[in-house]
Design a protein around this ligand. Sequence first.
Ligand SMILES: Cc1cc2nc3c(=O)[nH]c(=O)nc-3n(C[C@H](O)[C@H](O)[C@H](O)COP(=O)(O)O)c2cc1C
Ligand code: SF4
Ligand code: SF4
Length: 246
Amino acid sequence: MRITLFYFSGTGNTKAVCDAFKIKMERENARVSIINVEKHGQGNDSQVKDLIRNTDVFGFAYPVFGADLPRIYKDFLIGLQGSQFNNREAFVITTVGYINAYGPFLMKKELKKLGLLLKNHIVLRMPNSTKRITQYDNARSECLVKQDSRITRLVGDILYHRKHISGVGPWVLGGYVVRKVLGKQMKEHYKRWYVDTGLCIDCGQCLGNCPVQAIRSNGGEYSFSDTCITCFRCLHFCPVQAIKMK
Ligand SMILES: Cc1cc2nc3c(=O)[nH]c(=O)nc-3n(C[C@H](O)[C@H](O)[C@H](O)COP(=O)(O)O)c2cc1C
Ligand code: SF4
Ligand code: SF4
């Protein structure tokens, strides 16, 4: 079986899950290509097109941001429109800090628009990326151990074409309100970021790592633009914790 898994990961949780999934799948002799949507923004470059032609099952993995898809992921899905998916099977892996109020239904619709059939959907609880946690990597590893059996189950379900949609519950109804309220706040969030110049060592890591080039530096003065997708990567990975919120 040939699998292509399109993922976005702000702070590494979703990527870690995708890596664990790939290891398990490849033990079962499946071939897994993991594609970081950050590097394929248009969703229609030649590598992606080639993979689409040669894939049996497609995977979509993302963190839930404010009961919604990350903006960069929405844009990637738009870029995939017009691709020839021809009703092949798809699975979705979501990671959350608490609960997935985006649920499986909206993504099912998105996949249907592309010509894909949603067969599997899982929600995995990971550390909450909105908080800077010391030893984030350890917290992530602990969560991965807890989620291991669910990833194993997903692998079996995909291999044997069993349908399993998890993450359905009353919280999905609340998602509409959460999306509206948090969606607005997330759009404006770039105004809250600032760099504490007393701490900053000008290493440039935040500039290079931002998935949407939302950070600029002008003679040691840092500013954030409205392209920010509130992934919280800059906050987590600044080596001296100089990135802060007003
Ligand atoms: C802006 C933002 C909004 C978030 N909204 C939610 C949410 O609605 N529900 C939830 O359970 N977790 C939420 N989280 C937590 C992340 O979904 C979770 O930590 C995820 O595993 C991060 O994955 P990543 O490291 O791949 O980016 C949010 C995180 C961010 C940064
Ligand atoms: S990552 Fe931190 S220390 Fe490095 S340039 Fe950015 S704010 Fe400064
Ligand atoms: S500015 Fe920070 S939070 Fe915003 S997109 Fe870039 S890395 Fe993510």
